[in-house]
Design a binder for this molecule. Sequence first.
Ligand code: NAP
Length: 291
Amino acid sequence: MEGLAIIDASTRVLCLIGKPVRHSLSPVMHNAAIRALNLNFVYVAFEVEPQDLGKAVEGIRSLGIGGANVTMPHKIEVVKYLDEVSEDARKIGAVNTIVNEGGTLKGYNTDGVGALKSLEMFTDVDGKKVVLLGAGGAARAIAYTLSGRVSELAILNRTEEKAVNLARNLANNGSTVRGMRLSVRNLENELRDADILINATSVGMESNESLVPEHLLRPGLVVFDIVYRPLHTKLLRDAMKAGCTTIDGLWMLVLQGAESFKLWTGHYPDIRIMRNAALKALGVEENEGKG
Ligand code: NAP
């Protein structure tokens, strides 16, 4: 691997487990951060079949792998193989980071804080009204992290029941949280007085689709799409045209990764170095990736 520090008998291994992982940006991103800090770590990706997840987690323990990221489809299932799970991860119901502390495996979820920090790079969230599209794993982490901070959270999902259940689980924590079906009428009603729109569905990934009609986008609205392939999704391109502030999903990938990195190594990495490494791997020029 180009530019890696010398790997020796003391090198600590960090890894990603998921399927598929071959196109993941995490290895380039984390290895760039490792190099910049001159740490004796290396980050690799392992493709793990669902039926092998338990054995893979035991492998982390028995090989003394320092930590791992967990991605689709294992984020929920992995919980049952861990020794401890943080309160955030337990409430979200999913783990994206494992830390191996001397053979004790602890699970964390850094997706929500990664999303929150992405938003905070561009806007204040306190007291704002947020419209969140989706009620899957990523949306759950974001909803959990934002509730209590924002004044109002409207969760719109294709499967209405999931949005309603998620909203119910977040009740009584300081924000008004409502779940409803994702429809143009509900979007119209909710976006009218919204400050922030977040797409946490997979719509727009490797496609030219958007769930939000262009005429609902207006200056003053902050639009955050957590999808980052392509970097500028149709939703973000429409939002730029409409004069919205836009935030791409690579910020969340980098910032959730930075939180994981801190948990594994004790160092908060240089997020510019991580983002630039990821942009390069995506084949995007830096000035195209401003957000
Ligand atoms: P997930 O748990 O499978 O949830 C998928 C969500 O998308 C569900 O709410 C689903 O609605 C909705 N959806 C899928 N197809 C749809 C369609 N045609 N129309 C309307 N809604 C649709 O996935 P996830 O883990 O939450 O990930 C969601 C996306 O976020 C993925 O693209 C993933 O790559 C991205 N992501 C990015 C980051 C980052 O760091 N930037 C981190 C995590 C995830 P139903 O409930 O109705 O099925």
